[in-house]
Design a protein around this ligand. Structure first.
Ligand code: ADE
Length: 339
């Protein structure tokens, strides 16, 4: 039977119309950007210094779980540097010719953004080494014994790489980034600000404290989720109520959406239940868990587990995943809440 993912990626859940809404909510400058204070401050210094010297920025690596704003930050960096950004991704660059074509079209100071950079093929990655370090690539002419390589000088560009799995980058690639930043989960207070900012852009009426806080607390520390939940609650408030988002309406709408008080969705809860019910609380290997859940291992590792680990709901041991005490307490309290 073909594998059908239960739900997921946040991006896949957005319809095309919503994708445009998502873009309209993105902050465009560092001044508009909420949270990640240390990263934003360090970037601001680097950008100001580079602009003062009239030089391109050094290459930047951004890593974090999905939805925390790597792409948003890359676009903000381009805006702040007043330069163009070209957007691609690791899996889209299959052959060296793909990357050479893009690189040779970059002008001085322009930004190349490679999302999911940990998924680059080896050959493409090897091309990047000299491009990043010496701003040079070699064109290969001809085939076999008659093949010739011709060095080609590139303009000094800035590579911004984004990854959910910094550990999968090879050391030679990792070492070629001048700046590396980790984006962490947002606090509820920061997410309240994100929700209120988005509500104001969308023209949605919301109780700025209790209403926004209810959404923030159920957003798994992730602005992308906060904005998606805000849109769902807005729909509910418009259709079922008078339109204004209160704490009570947010709670009702999100409970109907299957988002629990801590922001866990159906897959998160099923993941925890499976460890408890099928594996007696663990430890269980990730492959076995993925097979039982009929999900991709990478979805579990990249999307589901980081937040559960952060909440202490699961523990990773050399023997596999184990359920945390906090998870049992949380699932019991959710069961009682929904009675
Ligand atoms: N929307 C999504 N992420 C945001 C952020 N970090 N700051 C402001 N608005 C956002």
């Amino acid at each position: 039977m073909p594998k059908e993912p239960l739900i997921r990626s946040e991006d896949q859940q957005d319809t095309y119309r919503e994708e445009r809404l998502v873009w309209s909510l993105r902050p465009r400058t560092l001044a508009e950007y909420i949270g990640q204070l240390a990263v934003a401050e360090s970037l601001s210094v680097a950008i100001t210094a580079a602009r003062k010297r009239g030089e391109p920025l050094e290459h930047i690596l951004l890593h974090s779980p999905p939805g925390l704003g790597k792409t948003t930050l890359a676009h903000i960096i381009a805006t702040e540097m007043q330069t163009k950004i070209t957007h691609t991704s690791g899996p889209a660059l299959e052959k060296p010719v793909d990357i050479v074509g893009i690189l040779s079209n970059l002008e001085t100071g322009e930004i190349l953004f490679i999302d999911e950079i940990h998924r680059l093929s080896h050959t493409v990655e090897e091309y990047l080494y000299s491009a990043m370090e010496d701003f040079e690539v070699s064109f290969i002419y001809g085939k076999g014994a008659f093949a010739k390589t011709l060095p080609y000088q590139l303009k000094r560009f800035t590579l911004i790489g984004a990854t959910t799995r910094a550990g999968l980058l090879t050391p030679p690639l990792r070492d070629r980034f001048g700046m590396t930043y980790h984006l962490d989960y947002y606090s509820s207070e920061e997410l309240v600000q994100v929700v209120n900012r988005s509500a104001s852009i969308l023209g949605v009426r919301i109780e700025e404290e209790a209403g926004a806080l209810e959404i923030a607390m159920r957003s798994r520390g992730t602005p992308r989720v906060a904005n998606r939940l805000l849109r769902r609650v807005r729909d509910y408030a418009e259709v079922k109520r008078e339109g204004k988002i209160t704490q009570e309406i947010a709670d009702e709408a999100l409970t109907r959406e299957g988002v629990d008080k801590n922001g866990l969705d159906r897959l998160d809860s099923l993941y925890l239940r499976t460890i408890i019910d099928n594996y007696r609380g663990g430890p269980v290997g990730i492959e076995a868990l993925a097979a039982t859940l009929n999900e991709e291992t990478t979805t579990l590792i990249d999307v589901v587990e980081p937040f559960l680990l952060k909440m202490g709901f699961i523990i990773r041991t050399p023997a596999g995943r184990k359920i945390g005490d906090a998870a049992r307490a949380h699932l019991t309290s959710e069961q009682q809440r929904l009675l």
